[in-house]
Design a protein around this ligand. Structure first.
Ligand SMILES: [Zn+2]
Ligand SMILES: [Zn+2]
Length: 162
């Protein structure tokens, strides 16, 4: 793949083909800092390793949100089936974890608070769609509530920072 010409984010007039290994911003030869894990921008070279974990770039945030919407939409029919199964607690937890992993990957495996929020909301929506009427009339079963909680917790755990 041909490297496209970029401009240093600190010196907009300078062309460069190098970008920071951590944040991906283009950096010129004067700004690049060699580190054990590749060339970095001065901001990231200064930070200890892992300090930027959980910070998503804008496109990763968009992908995470899209994955969240996808999980919520696909989850609606899936959860209706799961709630009718005898092993719904276990299956809900597994499905929630899978949904969380999907959103985590869409966000470049950063995890962190935003990924956790998106995962929890995306997982909660399908349950709410099916359980809201029962919650309103008070006929909700404890198992269904537990299934929802397990799925949401599992989806959140999949996005914790490692
Ligand atoms: Zn950087
Ligand atoms: Zn520069």
């Amino acid at each position: 793949m041909m490297a496209e010409v970029m401009y240093c984010y600190r010196h907009p007039g300078r062309e460069t083909r190098v970008s920071c290994a951590t944040c991906g911003r283009p950096i010129c030869t004067e700004c690049m800092r060699p580190t054990a894990v590749g060339i970095k921008c001065p901001d990231d070279a200064r930070l200890p390793r892992g300090a930027r974990a959980g910070v998503m770039k804008p496109d990763q945030i968009v992908k995470s949100l899209l994955a969240g919407v996808g999980v919520a939409l696909v989850g609606i029919p899936v959860i209706s089936v799961i709630l009718g199964l005898p092993l719904r607690l276990l299956i809900s937890a597994v499905a929630g974890y899978g949904a969380g992993i999907l959103i985590n990957r869409a966000g470049g495996r950063n995890g962190g608070p935003l990924a956790i929020t998106i995962s929890a909301v995306a997982t909660a929506i399908p349950f709410l769609v099916w359980l809201a009427p029962e919650i309103l009339v008070g006929t909700i079963s404890l198992f269904d509530i537990l299934a929802a909680i397990l799925a949401i917790v599992a989806a959140s755990l999949a996005n914790r920072r490692l």
